[in-house]
Design a protein around this ligand. Structure first.
Ligand SMILES: CCC/C=C/C(=O)SCCNC(=O)CCNC(=O)[C@H](O)C(C)(C)COP(=O)([O-])OP(=O)([O-])OC[C@H]1O[C@@H](n2cnc3c(N)ncnc32)[C@H](O)[C@@H]1OP(=O)([O-])[O-]
Ligand SMILES: NC(=O)C1=CN([C@@H]2O[C@H](COP(=O)(O)OP(=O)(O)OC[C@H]3O[C@@H](n4cnc5c(N)ncnc54)[C@H](OP(=O)(O)O)[C@@H]3O)[C@@H](O)[C@H]2O)C=CC1
Length: 295
């Protein structure tokens, strides 16, 4: 979507950049000229992704570079190390994509106390820690940085069976809006993306395992009747991390093929046939006449 070189000179940290959506977004940011530091807990995974993205970038003109630094987002010292290594390699940090997450589907009454803590610590505490560390650095150095948080549609609607994730994503979304209000005076912007289903191994293994996968087709209730493509999400992420979105802050943009709209009271009536609609129309018109005393 953006022109070549749209992110030239920008350095962006992507948490969870070794796999899934974080990897796809990192690939596109690099194509647009950004230098990207990917981080997550598994050094071997981010090293392999960095090797792959570096190889791809070498085939392109004007692509950025990639650095891989291991980090658990629950650990402030490791976050500071990612920042120090990024600044040492690329000079400064301009953007942060909080994409790391943990999640699994389960009836809440089956969860232990620790299960809740594990998810909330990664998604809410980790997002806060990284945003705080980078925000302090930007304020101290007069850098007008940008944070983008990967949220979910159920951060606002809520959802059964993923309660720790919903609580954490909801908290991170309110943090996004609150800090957008507070740090606007420094020129720092914070936004979020709320994706519907985008196939990744990480999400599908933990949210659609068998027999759930055979029982429910995630596309059936989506008005556009398909899951998202990684390129579609990467386009939106690149725009929100770029200067082209310079007057957007505190916003969450939904990209879900209309999935949340399916909750509308009558949005599921697509199985009603034309003959049935003819009958329904006549019935309603009869009732209208009756109410006017014309029946
Ligand atoms: C498509 C829609 C939107 C998608 C959104 C996404 O976020 S997709 C992103 C998807 N990507 C990712 O999630 C990627 C990263 N995810 C991960 O690395 C892991 O999935 C994890 C760290 C979240 C949990 O791993 P782990 O279990 O090895 O970690 P641990 O040893 O620290 O234990 C934590 C506690 O949780 C308990 N528990 C665990 N599973 C279940 C269960 N099914 N049932 C019940 N409980 C469960 C476990 O028993 C333990 O409690 P206990 O018994 O000690 O009191
Ligand atoms: N796929 C989808 O349909 C949807 C996804 N999302 C969101 O998109 C984002 C990416 O998910 P997706 O790509 O699907 O799944 P992945 O499992 O591929 O991505 C999650 C990433 O988070 C990293 N991570 C997990 N725990 C930590 C931690 N403690 N510290 C640092 N990194 C960590 C993982 O790497 P490692 O294990 O090496 O640490 C992994 O790279 C998440 O925020 C998710 O909630 C939202 C809506 C829908």
């Amino acid at each position: 979507m953006l022109r070549d070189g749209a992110l030239n000179g920008k350095t962006i940290i992507v948490t969870g950049g070794g796999t899934g959506l974080g990897k796809s977004i990192s690939r596109y940011l690099i194509q647009l000229g950004a230098n990207v530091t990917i981080c997550s807990r598994r050094q071997a995974v981010i090293d392999e992704t960095a090797r792959e993205l570096t190889e791809e970038a070498s085939q392109l003109t004007g692509a950025g570079q990639v650095l891989a630094v291991a980090c658990d987002v629950r650990n402030p010292e490791q976050i500071e190390n990612v920042m120090a290594e990024t600044i040492a390699r690329f000079g400064q940090i301009d953007g942060l994509l909080n994409n790391s997450a943990g999640n699994f589907i389960s009836p809440t009454e089956r969860l232990s106390y620790k299960a809740f803590d594990t998810i909330v610590d990664i998604v809410l505490r980790g997002t806060y820690y990284f945003t705080l560390a980078v925000g302090k650095y930007w304020i101290d150095n007069n850098i007008k940085g940008t944070v983008l948080n990967i949220s979910t549609t159920y951060a606002t609607t809520g959802s059964g069976y993923v309660v720790p994730s919903a609580v954490a994503k909801g908290g991170a979304l309110i943090m996004t809006k609150s800090l957008a209000a507070e740090w606007g005076k420094y020129g720092i912007r914070l936004n979020a993306i709320a994706p519907g289903p985008f196939p990744t191994k990480g999400a599908w293994d933990r949210l659609f395992p068998e027999p759930l996968a055979s029982m429910m087709d995630p596309t059936s209730r989506i008005p556009l009747k398909r899951v998202g493509e990684h390129g579609e999400l990467a386009n939106l992420a690149a725009f929100l991390l770029s200067d082209y979105s310079g007057y957007i802050t505190g916003e969450s943009i939904t990209i879900d093929g209309g999935e949340v709209l399916a909750a509308g009271e009558f949005s599921h009536l697509e199985k009603v046939t034309n003959d049935q609609w003819d009958m329904i129309e006549q019935t309603i018109k009869q009732a209208n006449k009756a109410s006017k005393g014309q029946a």
